[in-house]
Design a protein around this ligand. Structure first.
Ligand SMILES: Cc1cc2nc3c(=O)[nH]c(=O)nc-3n(C[C@H](O)[C@H](O)[C@H](O)COP(=O)(O)OP(=O)(O)OC[C@H]3O[C@@H](n4cnc5c(N)ncnc54)[C@H](O)[C@@H]3O)c2cc1C
Length: 469
């Protein structure tokens, strides 16, 4: 995808005048770096990319774009996996220079941060006070809190503690006409307007500030890895753990294809290559309760057929297990130039049935599939490996992806667990939502952005309304 659209005369000089030197990129060669997020199948060259360094500069930018009637796309770190930050001919509004932690209140257990702050940076600041920010996307070292809020990110430890939305106390949005608006969470007697904006993927404006809740660092953490000869058995172990009454903080499955590629990388954790699935189980909290929970969880995994259980004996061993899981996506680059990342949420009970069926679909389309995912949440990532320079492969990938999504919806699930809809999954929205639901979403969007300037073409199908610019 590429655009020939030119920006109106006068806009670029006005943006340059409103921002500090070097904060506007309009050279097409430099803009290539911004033509996609981490999903390489959706691309488009922005008309320009701007980098406001403060809330005031951000407001000026949005007002100028509104006056010029030019659509814009908010962007954090561009680690999104749904094509949400693609700006085809539009102006990319990047928040990476808005990266100050404005306030950290240890007594009140909260932090007020700018949208470009890295998720891990919040944790680093909080740890000095024995606190932490609980949602932990595997990309936390690179992604921004603004991006997390925009797509309502999850992560391995969201199983017990909830996703981003559960940890945002309030936020400020710059609406598409440049109006700043502070949104609470309904605990002040008003509507939970914050809740309506969290997960809106840049289609209702730009997140300019976020107040997040912090929690104490866990007293005790115990982690083990269970190895299985069958992916379906690993799925059964997940169900067994919950049936036993244990609620781990994290329950992650890594499949054989992924184990092979991680073991060939610098993140190797010594897993046998004939293992069909590895399950990471982590419990934390009061030391006595954790010891009981870990014992019970181990019993459940063995009852489901685990052939081996390996405990992390110290922080270094725990880190090795988590590196193998969290760096798996990057390691896939060893297998193919491109990865079509799938993200769907399904009922946990359907995992043993669905996991082998994802493999069947991939085999039928002659594609390699690697699956590593948040099993406890039923949030699957059956990733298809391919080469995007081969158009025929790309079309097979899209077909297989559609079948996988349809299968997940049929099983009672939905088309995204944490990555958002973006550009990639607009085509699947009608699998989940009826015309009435889509019309209400579109109506809400139109009431906030009548000119359709904020991230047009993302999230909601164009036919269900007319925000397409
Ligand atoms: C290796 C890897 C692992 C990952 N693991 C996880 C995981 O475990 N859990 C998870 O949920 N995701 C994961 N992701 C996906 C991604 O990191 C998250 O979606 C993250 O929240 C995106 O943040 P970002 O700053 O990169 O946003 P971007 O990619 O820049 O943008 C994402 C979306 O948010 C919008 N947006 C960005 N900033 C703002 C803002 N300030 N205001 C309004 N809208 C905005 C954009 O328009 C776009 O629609 C992973 C990605 C990678 C590459």
């Amino acid at each position: 995808m590429s655009s020939e659209r030119a920006l109106p005369a006068g806009l670029l000089p006005a943006l340059k005048a409103a921002l500090h030197p070097g904060a506007v990129i309009d050279d097409p060669e430099r803009l290539i770096a911004y033509e996609a997020d981490a999903l390489t199948t959706s691309r488009g060259l922005p008309g320009a990319a701007v980098f406001p360094a403060s809330r005031e500069e951000l407001i000026s930018v949005i007002r100028l774009l509104q006056e010029a009637a030019v659509p814009f796309v908010p962007r954090g770190a561009g680690t999104g996996l749904a094509g949400g930050a693609v700006a085809d001919g539009q102006v990319l509004v990047c928040t990476t220079r808005m990266r100050r932690i404005l306030e950290l209140d240890p007594e009140g257990r909260s932090a007020l941060v700018e949208p470009g702050v890295l998720t891990d940076s919040i944790n680093e600041a909080a740890e000095r006070h024995g606190l932490r920010y609980l949602p932990d996307p595997a990309s936390a070292a690179a992604c921004t809190i603004g991006g997390n809020v925009a797509v309502n990110s999850g992560g391995p430890h969201c199983l017990k503690y909830g996703v981003t939305s559960d940890h945002v106390l309030s936020l400020e949005m710059i609406l598409p006409d440049g109006t700043p608006l502070v949104l609470g969470r309904g605990d002040d007697g008003g509507l939970d307007l914050g809740g309506a904006f969290i997960g809106s993927e840049g289609t209702l404006g730009v997140v300019s500030r976020v107040r997040v809740g912090l929690a104490p660092v866990a007293e005790e953490v115990r982690t083990f890895l269970a190895l299985f000869d069958s992916l379906a058995d690993a799925g059964r172990a997940v169900a067994g753990i919950f049936e036993s009454g244990v609620v781990p903080v994290a329950l992650e499955i890594v499949d054989q294809e992924t184990i092979a590629v991680v073991e060939a990388s610098v993140f190797a954790a010594g897993l046998p290559l004939d293992t069909e699935a590895a399950l990471v189980v982590e419990c934390e909290g009061d030391p006595e309760e954790v010891a009981e929970d870990i014992e019970e969880a181990e019993r459940s995994t063995r009852a489901a057929g685990a052939r081996d259980v390996r405990h992390a004996h110290d922080a270094g061993e725990r880190l090795a297990i988590w590196q193998a899981r969290k760096k798996a996506y990057g390691a896939l680059g060893r297998l193919a130039p491109d990865v079509f990342v799938q993200d769907a949420a399904v009922p946990r009970s359907s995992l043993p049935d669905l996991l082998p069926r994802f493999q069947e679909i991939a085999h039928r389309y002659e594609l390699r599939l690697a699956n590593f995912f948040h099993a406890g949440d039923g949030n699957v990532h059956p990733n298809l490996l391919f080469d995007r320079s081969d158009a025929e492969q790309v079309s097979r990938v899209h077909e297989a992806g559609r079948e996988i999504m349809a299968l997940c919806v049929e099983a009672g699930g939905t088309i995204t667990g944490e990555h958002g809809v973006g550009l990639d999954k607009v085509r699947h929205m009608e699998l989940v939502f009826g015309p009435e639901e889509l019309a209400v979403m579109q109506e809400m969007r139109r009431s906030i952005d009548p000119a359709g300037l904020a991230n047009p073409g993302k999230m909601l199908p164009a036919e269900s309304g007319s925000v397409e610019a």
